[in-house]
Design a protein around this ligand. Structure first.
Ligand SMILES: C[S@@+](CC[C@H](N)C(=O)[O-])C[C@H]1O[C@@H](n2cnc3c(N)ncnc32)[C@H](O)[C@@H]1O
Length: 334
């Protein structure tokens, strides 16, 4: 199949609006919302691109953390137009994987994603379907959780237990993030957490008293997006804020597969957006022993305060803390 060519001038707005309703319906959208290859092409140019920007943020963080996937095949489950698989192959190099597998409940989606992947990576073996019973190298999951009822979630956990590593990206909403946190808890017995957490202990956000919190971060859309008339029109018609790309994610590696990288043990992962006030900032900090608000006074840690004030991304910090006040910052990433 050659995927239909869709450009900004030939977008099918009616189809995009129907698809968006389908995504928001979540588990209720039991019937497949992909009705034609053109639906997938419209999605691939627009919604999927925004998802790609989230994947780029996750993959950039994995690079900063010095993690690369184990060798083997890649399975993009619930692949849609296949954007997650393409982002991962582009980042890590198709030569580092034995094959790409694409699976979706929609055969239209599998066909579209297969054609796009073959066009992007001509030398790569691309197949559709889930490999029977074998070990899976890298399992990719992207924006699928809210469409799965309990039986499907349980089956997906069983599938994940066959993988050497799992890369999972979901929208950064309260509900999606906490649902992803529940998947993390279910997989902890077999996996070590690579990111976003710096530990493989229970999730602090899921503990009593932290119900209002959720683990999420914000990806940066490409510079100049607000001056791009195509994207501005798309955002207006779909009711989307272009500047805001909240995501939650989870990266796991089978425990014992490789020696554990201890580089970030004891570090703090900053969750959500820092809140910057006059002379001080507050960050929601995740550590092995739980989550808490930390206060950074400008006079104590002027450099980090300035970076937060300038809205620079700071993901990881190592510091000394007195009470809930950061006394000194020893290192940050980036
Ligand atoms: C919102 S789309 C996301 C597509 C793609 N992963 C992405 O990030 O662009 C969700 C996808 O999950 C698929 N899906 C939903 N329930 C599924 C199930 N039970 N088994 C397999 N695929 C499923 C849908 O057909 C759809 O392609």
């Amino acid at each position: 199949m050659t995927p239909p060519e869709i450009t900004w001038d030939t977008l099918d707005w009616t189809a995009l609006e129907r698809l968006r309703r389908g995504f928001l319906a979540g588990v209720g959208s039991a019937s497949a919302y992909w009705q034609s290859p053109a639906d997938l092409a419209n999605y691939d140019l627009t919604f999927a691109q925004r998802i790609a920007w989230k994947w780029d943020a996750v993959l950039a963080e994995l690079k900063l953390r010095g993690w690369v996937p184990p060798p083997g095949n890649v399975l993009d489950w619930g692949c849609g137009s296949g954007v997650a698989g393409r982002c991962v192959l582009r980042e890590f190099g198709p030569e580092n994987f034995s094959a790409l597998r694409l699976f979706d409940r929609s055969s239209l989606a599998m066909e579209f994603a297969t054609a796009r992947a073959k066009a992007s990576f001509p030398g790569l073996t691309v197949r559709s379907g889930v490999p029977e019973n074998d070990r899976i190298g890298l399992l990719l999951l992207s924006h699928v959780l809210n469409e799965l009822g309990e039986p499907d979630r349980a089956a997906l956990l069983q599938l994940a237990r066959r993988a050497d590593a799992v890369l999972w990206v979901e929208p950064g909403t309260h509900a999606d993030s906490r649902a992803l946190g529940a998947m993390r808890e279910a997989l902890l017995a077999d996996f070590t957490v690579i990111a976003p957490c710096t530990h493989s202990a229970g999730c602090g956000v899921l503990t009593t008293g932290n119900e209002r919190h959720w683990c999420h971060n914000f990806a940066a859309p490409p510079a100049g997006i607000m001056a791009d008339s195509h994207w501005v029109r798309f955002a207006q018609r779909m009711g989307i804020d272009l500047r805001s790309l909240p995501y939650s994610f989870l990266v796991l590696e089978r425990t014992g597969l490789r020696p554990e990288n201890q580089r970030f043990a004891g570090w703090t992962r900053i969750v959500g957006s820092p809140r910057v006030y006059k002379g001080f900032a507050k960050v929601f900090a995740c550590e092995a022993n739980g989550v808490r608000d930390l206060t950074l006074q400008k006079r104590d840690v002027p450099e980090l305060f300035k970076r937060l004030k300038n809205e620079e991304t700071v993901l990881l910090t190592r510091q000394t803390v007195t009470g809930e006040r950061v006394a000194t910052v020893e290192a940050t990433v980036p």
